[in-house]
Design a protein around this ligand. Sequence first.
Ligand code: HEM
Ligand SMILES: [Cu+2]
Length: 553
Amino acid sequence: MSTVEAAVPGAEPRSYLQEGRGIRSWIFTLDHKRIGVLYLVSVMASFLLGGLFALLVRTELLTPQRTIMDAQTYNQMFTLHGAVMIFLFIIPGIPAVIGNFVLPLMLGAKDVAFPRLNLASWWLYVVGSLFALASILIGAVDTGWTFYTPYSTETSTAVVPMTMGAFILGFSSVFTGLNFIVTIHKLRPAGMGWFRMPLLLWALYATAIIQVLATPVLGITLILLIVERVVGVGIFDPALGGDPVLYQHFFWFYSHPAVYIMILPAMGVVSEVISVFSRKHIFGYSFIAGSSIAIAFLSFLVWGHHMFTSGQSPLANTIFSALTFSVAIPSAVKVFNWLATMFRGNIVLKTPMLWILGFIFLFGIGGLTGLFLGALATVIHVHDTYFVVSHFHYTMFGGPVMALMGALFFWWPKFFGRMYVEFWGKVSAVVVFIGFNVTFFPQFILGLRGMPRRYYNYPPEFESLHVLSTLGGYFLSIGFLIAFFTLVHAIFRGKKAAANPFGAATMEWQTSSPPPLHNFVEAPHVGDPYDLAGLVYDEASDGFRPAAKEGSS
Ligand code: HEM
Ligand SMILES: [Cu+2]
């Protein structure tokens, strides 16, 4: 447990934001909070870039023929959109931004176990991103974000710098995972046994296991692809005696567990926010904790459901289909416990809760359509159509991105010590929710009617749904701009935030907003992270304080 002395007794100590001025104090920081902010800036910049590519793709799809670009550029645009959104935005996402900032605070610790390794993981993120972005300048990749062989061995576009970028980003993910596993094992305070830990930490722990075990498989696969391209050794390319389906097995052995690197941290955020804004103890704590580990384990057993039409044997298809259904069980356990937590709760519809309610609705649709895609009879019909595109946006966007936004609005007062304008926060959540469904729901219908993904042109009967989807994409983007302006405005003009503005019982809310460099002035109290009954609203600070201690905010 770490505490610091305030310079003047009783005065608030300097915050981590005031420790050190200038860019060097940021890019060479060893402070987990500043590293969280570095990731916040870089990861959200990647989201904006990935979003720009998405809008270019959607704009091209406004008409059945050429609209703004030629077919080759279109292939490059959806590839960049997918690759940037996956490798530079959503995989680092919640673990790197929220995990880095909140995890040590939730343990009452001064920092993660390996601060230098933590800084190195951010630098690897930067270097990996630069490689990926450099490929755009050399000749953007046109293979799709999955870099399937044999085309990725043959195409003249810049596959090597892009895959080298993804390879380096993998190390950033592994190091973050390693740091979190050791921190949770070694830096839990006395009195915080495993089943007294906040559920976000269980989710980050399960995620870290996947990061450490699965990511090296992607690393090896991409290196083999680069060797085949550069040296011409036949591994995946049939023209060189290789096997392209082998590449798919390797790629999806990582990339399916990778979708749980995206969703598990999001599920952790949901557990924290749902309890606070239902003013109720979380329901089924140990089931939620256990289901995170179950999901991490099962996530390694279903990669073959991406290859139902690859010529895989009927027996393999049947096994992967059955295993895919089994993953739905621990996910459903979580959704049931979240709804049970809200049941008869005192629901407070503040901005973080709106984003999280959006998560539950959208991820619900994503999960259910995942069952359609796990059923062999259905998937044969909709594989590689817009039904699949819509499904993975409902799961990868409707889940982790909604949760990331909910997390930003929940912990923003702790990050920067300022409150945002609640009205605009709510408007942004509602606009994104409506825009999202207008963008992606029509794509289910397009897919069922046979619209293939990754097609530049399409028959005129699909035009109206594509136009609707594109208008939804613009509207959705406006929602995100409102959200970003609301958050940035808060940093410069927001009202000072209380230590515990929303009345949460996890440890980070026991220190000031923003926290001092070493996190705590007084040794924080280790208790039940969902015992909200002990907190009372304090008008003076517009925040909550422990009922016991009168007069302290
Ligand atoms: C900002 C709103 C977004 C819009 C309007 C959008 C739109 C699209 C569209 C239309 C495609 C299909 C292109 C085609 O097959 O021809 C696509 C593909 C894809 N999107 Fe998005 N998307 C958005 C956000 C996201 C987010 C947040 C993620 C991930 C976290 C994501 C991940 C992907 C991936 C992986 C692909 C597949 C690319 C490929 O086929 O190689 N998208 N997106
Ligand atoms: Cu999968």
